[in-house]
Design a protein around this ligand. Sequence first.
Ligand code: NAD
Length: 473
Amino acid sequence: MDFEKLYIDGQWIPGASGQFIEVENPATGEMFAKVPRGNAEDVDRAARAARRALPAWSALPLAERISLMEKFLTIFKSQEEDLIHITIKELGSPYAFTKASQVEYQYVRTRSYIDLSPKVPLVEKMEYSTTYREPVGVIGCITPWNYPLGQVIQKIVPALLMGNTVILKPSQHTPLSSYYLAEAFEKAGFPKGIFNLVTGRGSEVGNALSFHPLVDRISFTGSTSGGIAVGKKALESVKHISLELGGKSPYIILPSENHDYAEPIHLCFNSIFLNSGQTCTAFSRLLIPEEEKGIIEKQLVEIAKEYTVGDPTDHTVKLGPVSSRQQFEKISDYIQKGMDEGARLLTGGLPGSPSKGYYIRPTIFTDVKNDMTIAQDEIFGPVLCVITYKDEEDAVSIANDVRYGLNAGVYGPKEKAIAIAHRIQAGNVYINASPRDTAAPFGGYKESGIGREGGIYGMLEFTQQKALFDTGK
Ligand code: NAD
């Protein structure tokens, strides 16, 4: 794979700047690849290509777009070993997690979009009119590094199926897996200009996309501060925007008569520790009943031992390094802050200086008050805050006392858990050991975002409505 080119208008071409951004392996600190440092000129070329390709692509019957997407999926699946290898190298996520969640789950998502696309309600009859949903146009997709494939698939597949054309700017930290997607679109026979890949920095490529007059929608996933900045720019030319942003998600454990909390603890740990806590939906605040504190703390410490940290190519390791030196320093600062604020470490703690790879152990703070910085800020690392509550009222109030509203979990007797879930201000709430559902809408309340991804709701985001008043003479 030649990572030193951009994919624009169906061709692999050099970036206009002639400059590159190096990609680091966070497990070793080795700079092992470089991609073009794209700029406004590259974005302009991509936007013109995407605009030229738009009329024919959006006029194509859905069945033909589906047929091309089926071919894409077959090729995408055949790239599995390469995708696992490159994701481990650019992100540092360990083998088993990378295979299941970073790569194979994206096949499930793609399949779900393909299967649901004929069911998207594109035409709706009203009393005196008919409403048609049409493509929005050229979509600028700006994505983060924590799920380098997943965040991209969540945008480009529904956007293309709904008849839009796409310019993708992946994170500058993890741009390599996106090259395989470009290759798959090319091999599947997508017409030129439908999918374009421009690598580079947010301040250059992301900025140019947000301002470009030929881009109709910005679909952004990343930090809340990044989303606000991008949203402001996009609104200058009244682009459609969707923002999938950060979280500080609560996980409420209700008292159990047998005092065995192994299952909810595992569910919480799988969320906050796998991917080294670098998951937008991670359950980073664990809310436990005051009267069970001592018992639960002991179980937390025991179970945390299962979450081994090490070389991500080792198939048995659960946590690899965090994704970059910047992440390592930010998370370390928060661990220090937690200690300074008076929270007590149950396990983990400050890492030493990174000699080789940015490794941080699962870290659990107890005696956390919800107004502490570590309970309010998105740390985006393997750091869990344990907070006690007095009763259900108190649990709901603590859960909602945060600027974010992306995800939540409630574990306990089902009816009680569901009643609590209805009171939590979050776009997603998991009850007990419920699995994910690709067809469900995914997105945030409050400062966690605007818009939804996933299933039919995700596809509707890439349409705009036209009402035809066609009942007159
Ligand atoms: P980030 O905001 O730094 O960057 C995200 C993307 O936006 C990158 O491609 C970056 O280059 C670009 N960008 C950043 N600032 C920009 C600007 N001012 N103008 C234009 N482009 C800009 O986020 P990150 O560190 O890559 O990712 C981590 C964040 O993403 C976390 O906050 C996490 O919660 C969030 N996230 C949210 C979801 C979700 O679905 N809600 C999913 C994954 C990650």
